[in-house]
Design a protein. Structure first.
Length: 536
């Protein structure tokens, strides 16, 4: 087509004028047939030109479409690589390790931080919408919510339209948060048991944030990391502890959609009667009810409810713990609370760090499905078989770690105890992050008012020198505990590091993921929470 077009233009006589002028140059004495031939030739050339232009436009359109598709495929591939965790990164059969001197050598050339834009977003426990519940405590406590953002956000706190007007007006807030914010919630937003209430607190932000609640009373506190709405699901397993006299174990649920049907199958350590709405429930019985958006319901019992199974027709938020409990007959009584991860989001491999200040740790391991489980403490490995929803406890001192591996998903909870040699600390309850739940960046607020605050870091030994707190290398004098664990061909490093209150960022300059757990102690009081308890 193009060659014909060029030939037609070159075939024109050198002195031939443009086609638009042809009719002006025709002499009157030319016959009509010659004039028609000239006109037809010009029309043919015009038709050829239009055809060529159309072909060129079609070709350009095809090229642009192909380029768009190629760019789209590249973008999707890059996004998947950025947000997907591969098992090879965390599998204990890792075949390569870096020697100590090799790590130091590579550190000299790796000095820049990963840009914030390259860090994972909207994964783990970060998100733009959260539901917060404050379970029954029984003491006059300050109900705190801490929110941290990377670059500043707009935040809205809303409640149910059916919440009492005066309580609603002092609870709901709109704030611009430049980096982090402490929000105090009215005490009357605390739940009461065995009644449908409108006390769910909805937090929405303009970009990703991290949220913890800190229910701080006199010598007692309960803390938990909150799970964003987009990670909520329909199946949960309750974790509590055996309550002391005049105390109870608790579970609470909140719906985020109207007409949500909820089913609770009770598992009781002691088969003691539980009275709800005129009916009596025992171990194995099922309680069914429904909730609308923003409605909540709390249940309490005088026995341990660990293994109780909660299922719903739509996504819900589930919390559990104890109103106040004393463990192993030492220390005082502390409020215990955790927002539970859905069963589909738990892991199979865990590293459990110790608590500092001579506080022992009870580790509770519960099976999501039938599972063979091995766990190692102090180089000694033991195995257990658990049926679905069964659990067992083990114990570590303040100088030990525990490595746990299961053939099927399990949930691991750490209960910190009162100090054996001082008056520091009391019971804490923290869901432990699995190895596949580790992230490479955290920004969190360390609560104020504690004598000692610690962050425990679990990571590959080969990357320990790449770890940073607030962008700086760790001062060795701040490390209060460190242990290396060799498992198969892999070596892990566990450290507990003393930190100060306020904003804290934790990251690795090489992008390696790591687990993070916080704890703080003061006179007969302690808190604990994790940086994440969800699969990315």
């Amino acid at each position: 087509m193009n060659s014909n077009f060029m030939y037609s233009r070159s075939a024109r006589a050198p002195n031939q004028r443009p086609r638009a002028m042809v009719w002006e140059t025709v002499e009157p004495n030319k016959d009509s047939n010659q004039i028609k031939v000239t006109k037809r030739g010009n029309q043919d050339r015009e038709s050829n030109q239009r055809t060529c232009i159309c072909c060129l436009l079609i070709l350009i359109t095809l090229l642009v479409s192909a380029l768009y598709v190629a760019l789209l495929l590249i973008f999707r591939k890059h996004s998947c690589a950025m947000f997907t965790t591969t098992n090879n990164e965390v599998n204990i059969s890792l075949q390569t390790q870096t020697k100590h001197n090799e790590v130091n050598l590579s550190l000299q050339t790796q000095t820049t931080h990963i840009p914030i834009s390259a860090q994972q977003r909207t994964i783990g426990s970060r998100g733009k919408a959260f539901v917060v519940l404050f379970m029954k405590y029984g003491y006059d406590a300050t109900k705190n919510i801490y929110i941290t953002s990377e670059n500043g956000v707009q935040m809205n706190i809303t409640t149910s339209p059916r919440l009492e007007a005066s309580l609603k007006s002092i609870t709901e807030k709109h704030r611009n948060i430049p980096s982090s914010q402490r929000i105090i919630i009215p005490h009357d937003m605390e739940l009461q048991s065995f009644r449908i209430e409108y006390k769910a607190i909805l937090i929405k932000t303009s970009s990703d944030v991290f949220v913890i609640s800190h229910d701080d009373g006199d010598r007692s506190v309960g803390s938990t990391t909150h799970i964003p709405l987009h990670k909520l699901s329909t199946k949960y397993i309750v974790i509590t502890s055996i309550p002391i006299l005049n105390s109870t174990s608790q579970l609470a649920v909140s719906a985020i959609k109207d007409n949500t049907l909820i089913s609770i199958r009770f598992k009781m350590k002691q088969n003691l009667p539980l009275h709800i709405n005129g009916k009596t429930f025992y171990n194995g019985d099922v309680f069914k009810f429904s909730l609308n958006r923003f409605e909540s319901y709390q249940i309490e019992h005088i026995t341990d409810l660990t293994g109780t199974f909660v299922e719903s027709s739509a996504e819900i938020a589930v919390f559990s713990g104890n109103d106040c409990n004393r463990l192993k007959d030492i220390g005082g009584c502390d409020h215990l609370i955790e927002q539970l991860p859905p069963t589909e989001c738990v892991d199979k491999i865990y590293l459990v760090p110790p608590n500092s200040d001579d506080r022992e740790t009870i580790i509770r391991i519960i099976a999501i499905e039938n599972a063979n489980i091995s766990y190692m403490i102090g180089g000694v490995t033991q195995t257990r078989y658990l049926r679905k929803l069964d659990y067992f406890n083990t114990l570590i001192t303040s100088n030990e770690t525990c490595y746990i591996k299961s053939q099927a998903p399990i949930m691991v909870t750490a209960f910190g105890l009162h100090s054996k040699i001082s008056k520091l600390g009391d019971p804490t309850m923290t869901i432990v992050p699995g190895i596949n739940q580790y992230l490479n960046y955290y920004k969190i607020v360390v609560p104020s008012g504690y004598d000692h605050n610690y962050v425990s870091i679990m990571m590959k030994h080969s990357s320990k020198y790449f770890f940073r707190i607030n962008g700086t290398v760790i001062n060795t004098t701040d490390i209060v505990f460190e242990e290396n664990l060799s498992v198969g061909n892999a070596t892990y490093n566990v450290r507990s590091i003393r930190v100060v209150e306020g904003e804290l960022t934790a990251s690795t300059v090489n992008g390696e993921r790591f687990g993070l757990m916080f704890a703080g102690v003061t006179y007969y009081e302690a808190y604990g929470f994790s940086g994440n308890s969800m699969l990315p």
